[in-house]
Write a protein that binds this ligand. Sequence first.
Ligand SMILES: [Fe+2]
Ligand SMILES: [Fe+2]
Length: 189
Amino acid sequence: MQTGRGPEGILSQEMTGKREEIIELLKTAYFMELETVMNYVSESINPDGVRAQQIKEDLAADIDEELDHARQFAARIKELYGVVPGSMDFHADQVLLQPPDHQTDVVHVIKGVIDAETKAIELYTRIIAVTEEDDPVTNDMTVAILHDEQGHRRRFEGYLKEYIAQGKASKEDLPPASRATSPEEGSAL
Ligand SMILES: [Fe+2]
Ligand SMILES: [Fe+2]
């Protein structure tokens, strides 16, 4: 049970349990960002074809942003008296972001990016809820990072919609709220 918040807020002795809860979430976020960096590096290089060019350039540009997110989460772990974990604690999770069988399969890559960004959005929304009362600094930081991820996902939803219009992807591949503004499958852009 929490006995009180203490004058130092989240850095108070009384908040040790809450800090530990937040640190565990920040470690998950940190590894999620690093796995994203790993997969965005591969998918900014692997795809072939004219259509892949824009996706590759976008992912290459996003790598720096995702790495910066990882650094921010790591720094916050330390500020909360945690230890940033090493690679032996890492467990890979991004199944859908693995390279496709055919390197011209741009739709596979776009769907993988949307899935990874959705998982980040879900985790960061949870961190924001957990830190709302007691840790405004982690809360503010995560709000800004969540904004970046929402922007990333929205951009890739737009790419997928182009393929939906051409009948090469399904509306079902979009996040539910995004489907209302999507073109009919097979319709002209
Ligand atoms: Fe990120
Ligand atoms: Fe992202």
